[in-house]
Design a protein around this ligand. Structure first.
Ligand SMILES: NC(=O)c1ccc[n+]([C@@H]2O[C@H](COP(=O)([O-])OP(=O)(O)OC[C@H]3O[C@@H](n4cnc5c(N)ncnc54)[C@H](O)[C@@H]3O)[C@@H](O)[C@H]2O)c1
Length: 280
């Protein structure tokens, strides 16, 4: 699928992977529709794109977890510009913790934004794409947590596995409409998420220590953007961005006893790291 001239909506465009993807797509000649909850960050992304000669057709700041807001934005776009060609679901948040520390509000917030957010995008934009009969592409940023049940990630894993399942269904259901589907499962990526992630009931010291470990292995958001865009142009369904996660996923599929041992060790390691300073 060509990026140049395509009408592309990117969620989470104020920061990290969403911002990097929008900027590169702008340079490639996409006609952009951008959204994020962060108005100032979104405006900054739009200014950067325009300064490099890119085209932002429309942008609006709102909460992706609110169906009515997504619907209103979709109606405005459809009225003025017609259906999208490409939908890129990126916006998301992270709250990690042990089951006994997670309150209902933690579960709800993660599920509302990470799962309902992309669902809202899909239900408000994809039917128009289908009706237009011109094909298209849907990319959703899931996570390593979409294919591996990472310790401490219960709510996050719930949403990200949901996105991989949803993408697999769409991959086959939308084939007859010539709409391609990709799901991106990044490992660590250098974005603002390292500052906004909430790890429940861990110590500040443990958090900071793990933050610097994360920084060392993380790829840049520009590299992630390149892989996101390649998934569209090369029609790749599942994109895993780092070698360690590819190995773990291989073990899960083909050598489960080894995977089982690796996951027990990972769980022990994360407990040791994150319970620091806290009585178990
Ligand atoms: N950074 C990583 O290491 C990593 C790894 C795997 C997956 N991911 C996933 O990548 C996606 C992008 O995250 P990122 O790393 O670029 O982080 P980021 O924090 O830099 O960007 C996320 C963006 O989503 C926006 N957002 C948050 N809540 C929103 C809401 N309710 N409505 C609209 N927008 C909202 C934020 O304002 C922010 O601009 C997320 O879905 C995340 O789960 C990140």
């Amino acid at each position: 699928m060509e990026i140049k001239g395509s009408k592309v909506l990117v969620t989470g465009a104020a920061s990290g992977m969403g911002r990097a993807t929008a900027i590169v797509m702008g340079k490639m000649g996409a006609r952009l529709f951008l959204t994020d909850i962060n108005q100032a960050g979104l405006e900054d992304t739009c200014k950067t794109i325009s300064s490099k000669g890119g085209e932002v057709c429309k942008y609006k700041a709102f909460d992706i977890s609110k169906y009515e807001e997504v619907k209103a934005f979709a109606e405005d776009i459809h009225k003025e510009f017609g259906p999208l060609n490409i939908l890129v679901n990126v916006a998301g948040i992270a709250i990690f913790g042990q089951i006994e520390d997670m309150l209902h509000e933690h579960w709800k917030k993660v599920i509302d934004i990470n799962l309902w957010g992309p669902i809202h995008g899909i239900e408000c934009f994809v039917p128009e794409m289908i009706r237009a009969g011109k094909g298209g592409h849907i990319v959703t940023v899931s996570s390593t947590s979409g294919i591996i049940g990472l310790p401490w990630h219960a709510a996050y894993v719930t949403t990200k596995h949901g996105l991989v399942g949803l993408s697999e269904v769409m991959r086959y259901d939308l084939r007859k409409h010539n709409i391609g589907v990709s799901v991106i499962c990044p490992g660590a990526v250098q974005t603002n998420m390292v500052n906004t992630v909430q790890i429940l009931n861990t110590s500040r010291q443990a958090f900071e220590k793990n933050k610097s470990k994360w920084d060392k292995v993380a790829i840049s958001s520009e590299k992630a953007a390149e892989l996101i865009i390649k998934s569209i142009t090369k029609k790749k369904f599942l994109v895993i961005t780092s070698a360690d996660i590819k190995i773990l996923f291989f073990l899960k599929r083909y050598m489960f006893p080894l995977y089982n041992v690796a996951m027990r060790l990972l769980c022990k390691f994360m407990d040791k790291e994150l319970f620091q300073g806290r009585k178990i």
